[in-house]
Design a protein around this ligand. Structure first.
Ligand code: PBG
Length: 325
């Protein structure tokens, strides 16, 4: 009891605060989400995400070297596809000479020690902007899974280290694992976007990859309802059983309770995706002088660690790594 107990004692100096700190944030915790484009020359700003640019392959090579120098373990790739190459089947998603396989090789050539994570979903490649194949207005499950398997197979073949399905189809983790094993990609990891919510926080991303104008309707028949938490446990349980090596919660900050619940309940690495809308909100407030952007960036990233995340996918990765070193 007070005064024997005074919690402020250990807070009095920087050295004692550091000594008792329960969680730390280091560049090892960061996955850099990068948007790549064939048309960027060499980079193209994304209006809704100040500080984020679509990168040409040349700029991507530089970014990969930068990640390596900063100690960022991995890059997560998101493609901005030329609208002329989109169709309703997302055919470009399985093109072995497409932008994604070329981006994978670009990173591997520039910085062989940086991990490459690829999104598995059709939305950057479809005229309708959905993650799967349509039957009328409905995004079909099983036919989509077959297509995603083709996409992942191509990515693994091109040298991708981690397959990250963000589509939320049922049964896709098992199908992907089986296909990877069959083809000798035993060491290709699967990072499942296990608890991905139908969220308004993805808005700026859809501008970044150019699917905003395309998207018809919403994604509520496949992405999770924001009111659900128990369902996230079921999603993760299934994905682990099907062969996921790591799982993700998305968005991040508005779903910190889910990050915590998953970290508490499963012995699998859990990642949080600090999505485009979260990034945009921090940047907008900082640009207006309403918050200290650097401080809020680091505090938001630390919150994921405190909640139990093994790491964070973030557009802030290079800036955060610089601030931390
Ligand atoms: C879709 C996908 C989305 C994001 C990553 N992959 C958006 C969506 O589901 O519509 C969002 C990333 C972000 O907002 O930063 N497969």
């Amino acid at each position: 009891m007070f005064p024997a107990t005074r919690l402020r004692r250990t807070r009095q100096a920087d050295w004692s605060r550091r000594l008792v700190r329960e969680k730390t944030l280091t560049p090892d915790d960061l996955i850099w989400s990068v948007v790549v484009s064939e048309t960027a020359d060499p980079v193209e700003p994304v209006a809704a995400m100040p500080g984020v640019e679509r990168l040409s392959l040349g700029a991507l090579a530089k970014a990969a070297k930068e990640a390596d120098a900063l100690g960022i373990p991995a890059i997560a790739l998101f493609p901005h596809i030329d609208p002329a190459k989109k169709d309703d089947m997302g055919s470009e998603a399985i093109n072995p000479d497409g932008l994604v396989p070329r981006a994978i090789k670009t990173i591997k050539d520039a910085a062989p020690n940086v991990g490459v994570i690829c999104d598995v979903a059709l939305d950057p490649f479809t005229t309708h902007g959905h993650d799967g194949l349509l039957d009328g207005d409905y995004v079909t499950n099983d036919a989509t899974v077959a297509r995603l398997v083709d996409q992942a197979r191509m990515q693994a073949e091109a040298g991708c280290d981690v397959i990250a399905p963000s589509d939320m189809m049922d049964g896709r983790i098992g199908a992907l694992r089986e296909a990877l094993e069959d083809e000798g990609h035993h060491n290709t990891m699967i990072l499942s976007y296990a608890a991905k919510y139908a969220s308004g926080f993805y808005g700026p991303y859809r501008e970044a990859i150019g699917s905003a104008a395309a998207l018809t309707g919403d994604k509520k028949t496949y992405q999770m309802d924001p009111g659900n938490a128990a369902e996230a446990l079921r999603e993760v349980e299934l994905d682990i059983a099907e062969g996921a090596d790591m799982v993700m919660v998305k968005p991040g900050l508005p779903y910190l309770d889910i990050v915590h619940a998953l970290a508490d309940n499963f012995a699998v690495p859990v990642y949080a995706f600090q999505v485009s809308g979260e990034y945009a909100m921090i940047q907008a407030a900082a640009q207006n002088g309403w918050i200290d952007g650097e401080r809020v960036m680091l505090e938001s990233l630390m919150s994921f660690k405190r909640a139990g995340a093994s790491g964070i996918i973030t557009y802030f990765a290079p800036r955060a790594a610089r601030a931390l070193s």
